[in-house]
Ligand binder design. Structure first.
Ligand code: CP
Ligand code: NVA
Length: 308
């Protein structure tokens, strides 16, 4: 039984295997209706709980559809509606859910909830985003980059804006998939030093560059994310916007990257804030492939977790 908690704590060969498997499963479904079953039904007779303590569109729908395509069943649970949100311990919740379901995906705030769930569950636990990381997203992002441009190893990825949870998982992926990462954003929102150190220790170049234009020079991939994450207080909104405005990804900024550079965003995006519509809808943007690949990448993650 494998938990999928973070990219840096998952074996490199296993990660590569999941990306390859995701690709194969995607190819095998070309042009089928979304609700059609896969040829193989590896999750037949499996029940998967999807717990959300924060809002979600992509994670919720892609996990749900993915499980069903593989022959399994899902139940979507809101943290607030569960006893979890009313004082039952995470450990007890994990023990109870393990008696009913074969796998648990959880989106939560503090990552200690995820880790405690994994510690006490007898079934695999998947990280569907915490305040600190978002590994499923980056599996889809690596898959998407490679689908368009071939191996991501040794490429230059530039993260623009807030050094947040998605940025953290990009740093983990830099270490595991072997690419270099440049962060450009205000000093107050730098990525966690621990994660920068982890990528550097793995031999990857991690550069912090305050000048966005300089940062994107020679970029193979430019990535943005919201300026105000779900875990950030709304009262910090104006301050964050003021700090982050120089890091907006627009056509002018993209013109400093390599001509064949791609643009990614995990979505939801705020058009005209962290990225302009011209970039989102432009020829370098692969944001909707990225969203689609959440489905395929997570199907591979779930198969790895269950060993099926
Ligand atoms: N990218 C992502 O995780 O989107 P949702 O918040 O809609 O799940
Ligand atoms: N950084 C964002 C990602 C949303 C998918 C957040 O945590 O809200």
């Amino acid at each position: 039984m494998n938990h999928f908690l973070d990219i840096h704590t998952t074996d490199q060969a296993a990660l590569r295997g999941m990306i390859d498997n995701a690709r194969k499963m995607k190819d095998a479904r070309q042009d089928r209706p979304k609700g059609a079953a896969d040829d193989t039904q590896p999750l037949k007779d499996r029940m998967v709980a999807l717990i959300f303590e924060k809002p979600s569109t992509r994670t919720r729908v892609s996990f749900d559809v993915g499980v069903r395509q593989m022959g399994g069943q899902t139940m979507v649970l809101s943290g607030n509606d569960m006893q979890l949100g009313h004082g039952e311990t995470i450990a007890d919740t994990a023990r109870v859910l393990s008696r009913y379901v074969d796998m648990i995906m959880i989106r939560t705030f503090d990552e200690s909830v995820l880790h405690e769930m994994a510690e006490y569950a007898d079934v695999p636990v998947v990280n569907g985003l915490t305040d600190r990381t978002h590994p499923c997203q980056i599996m889809a992002d690596v898959m998407t980059y490679e689908e368009h441009r071939g191996p991501i190893a040794d490429k230059k990825v530039v993260w623009c804006g807030d050094g947040n949870n998605v940025c953290a998982s990009f740093l983990h992926a830099a270490a595991q998939f072997g690419f270099d990462l440049t962060f450009t954003g205000p000093v107050q929102l730098d990525p966690e030093a621990e994660f920068v150190g982890l990528a550097r220790k793995a031999g990857r170049s991690v550069t912090i560059e305050r000048d966005a234009q300089k940062a994107v020079e020679g970029a193979d991939l430019v990535v943005a994310d919201t300026w105000v994450s779900m875990h950030d207080s709304q009262s910090s909104r104006e301050r964050r916007h003021n700090m982050l405005r120089p890091y907006q990804v627009n056509e002018e900024l993209m013109s400093h990257a390599k001509p064949d550079a791609l643009f990614m965003h995990c979505l939801p995006a705020h058009r005209g804030e962290e990225v302009t519509s011209a970039v989102m809808d432009g020829p370098q943007s692969v944001i909707f492939d990225e969203a689609e690949n959440r489905l395929h990448a997570q199907k591979a993650v779930m198969r790895w977790c269950l060993g099926v």
